[in-house]
Structure formats: C-alpha cells, structure tokens
Design a protein around this ligand. Sequence first.
Ligand code: GLU
Length: 399
Amino acid sequence: MCGIVGYVGKAPGVRALLEALGRLEYRGYDSAGVAVLNGNGVAVRKRAGKLKELVAAIKQQPIEGCVAIGHTRWATHGEPSEVNAHPHVDCRGQLAVVHNGIIENYAELKTRLIRQGHRFQSTTDTEVIAHLVEEHAKTAPLREAFLRAVRELRGSYALGLIATQEPGRLYAARLGSPLVVGLGKDEAFLASDVPAILPRTRRVVYLNDHEVVELDASGARLATLDGRSVNRKPSRIDWDVSSAQKAGYAHFMLKEIHEQPQAVEQTLLNRLDAKTLDIAFDRRTVAFLAQLSRAERLVIIACGTAYHAGLVGEYMLEEFAGLAVDVDLASEFRYRGPMLDRNTTVLAITQSGETADTLAGVRLAREQGAKVLAICNVMGSSIARAADAVLYTHAGPEI
Ligand code: GLU
C-alpha cells in the first residue's frame, strides 16, 4: 500500500501536491518523491525516509510545474531507498510514473525490455511501467501507448503518468488499488484516497477497476481499457477531513480490522497462481523452505496479537506439515534458556519487524545456530534484516 497523487492546473501545483501527499502519509512512509513537467522536461525529486525529507529537499532545490505527480512509498519490491522511490522515469527521462500495488509479471516484462535495450535504475516492479509506455510510444501516440502498456500488466495498480510529449495532461489507470479523481476550478487532482484532496475540492469521481482517465485543467475523461469512453457523474463528499481519513470508521483500528480481506489479498497476490493454486516465492525463500522440511522442530516466537496468530499457526503447521511446533511469547523465550540447535527453525512473527523482545529472540536463536524465518510487514526492518528469510505480508502501514 502507498499513496499516489496528481495535479493538473493552470497554476503551479507542487505545493498542493505536497499537501495532498502529507494527508496520504498514513498509507506509506519509507520514501517519497514528486515529478513535474516544467517546460524543460521531467524534473524529479525523491528522498528515502519520511515526507519531510522530500519537503526539505524541494525547499533547497525547488521544482515547479502545472502538471505533477507524487508518491509516498511502502515498499513491496526493492528495498526502501532513494533510487527505488517513485516516480520512476523511462530511459530518456521524458515520462514519469507513480504506482500503488504490485506488478505480478514485472520480471518477464523487465527481461523483455532489457532485451529491447532499456536500461533500469531501480529494483522495483514499478519501473517496468515507465519503460513499457516508452516502448509502445515508439509506434503509437501517448494515449494509445499508455493503454497498450496497461493492458500488459498483471497484478494490481493505481497508476499516474506524465510525459513531456503531452505537457498539459496526466494519465491514470486502476486495477485493484484505490484511485479517485478530484475536480476543481481550472484544476484536477488524482489521489489514492479522498482525504488527500478534500481541502481542495469536494467533487470527486471514483475510478473502477479496468478504467483509465485522462486529466487536464478542464476536467477528466474516463474510458475502459479498450478505449471506450465512460460517463460517470461526480459525487459530492460531505465528510470532514478527519472522518474521511478513517474512511468513516470511528477509529483507525476498526478501519484496519475491516481492511483484513484486502491485506490478505495483497499478500497472496504476487504468490498465488490462480489456475494451479500453486504458491510461488522468490528463490531465496524457496531454498529456505526446502531446508525447513528437514527441520526437526519449529519454534514460533512473537508478542501480542502476533503470538495469537502463532497459536493458530501451530495447529495448522502440525496438521498440514506434520512438523512439531512450539509457540513462545518472545519475552519469555529470551529469558528461559531455550533449547535450540541447527535442527531447529525459529519462525518470528511481527508486523513492524521492530518488536524488541522478538528481535532479541531472533538474535539469540541465530547465536545458537538455529535458522530464522520471519513473517513481517515492513521491508528493511530490523527483524527482516536479522532473519535468514522473510515472508512479507502486504498490509500497508499500521496506524
Ligand atoms: N510495488 C511498488 C514498489 O514496491 C509499489 C509499492 C506500494 O504500493 O506501496 O515500489
């Protein structure tokens, strides 16, 4: 999960864009970036870390333009870093893309694009989109190139694209990740969520899956992926900003409880083959899981809710994998002198990847020669780095 925003207007839009990004920071905050069309091409600023790092960078080296896109990231593919932060550009730096979601077939697209001569800078799934549009734009006008590129993507996306070729316009598309268009006077917005644009306009159009939209200062034109135009009346939002951020729920915890189906879907998305029902992991995890089948014992360590997830996991692993499982509260585990050796695998469960007792348990297990697998929601977190392998959940940041 992450936040994307876009702005097209007759006046400079970077300030509006940064304000909107600030209201989306709850969706992701490991890095952030913006790209603008400024008459000389695409100018990009990005920074690792929180949005305030980006704001400081732009203060130092200002950029401005009437067409802009922005992103606050929660990494799924490629570590959180400046080079992996969005927006991503094509080989010539003539177009820029922001993306929320996962491109499931990015590896095959990347291989093809590299063969066609494209040069990649990041290790994200997202960058393929920029090069794919660039490739199609060799033989088609930008709108058609965008549609052709989007039709090739599998997985989930909310996308925004700007290009020097069409300096007054922004293209966007949606499948499985939220996206809303805001209509103002001589300006239009794009955002992952209504609260981002609410202080600017209350007239919004929600995009459906498999739809694209073309924005300019005069408004928005919706179409299906095969290019047929769609007529949808704007809705009027009556919520105040604070209840909109909670999507109408009384508090964030309740909202996150209700988001569980989407979190499970996002987590399975890149890994479950819908036809064969096979589960696919990256090579390192597969190698790790292969040795797990030789393990004699599995010890699950976790704290709080994650501990309760571990108790459910114990039943499932014993029933389906025939593996002897113990579950320990991480805070007890580290003090009770647990019996561990090379034939033991420790499974650490932690949303944040920073739970202090679980981290101490992971270090202790490794010192004693056990192998450690983590289930964790935050890329680059301490436990993700300390473990031998990680299964990431993709639930977005926890508020
Ligand atoms: N998959 C993209 C990345 O890792 C987007 C992540 C997101 O939606 O937060 O950069």
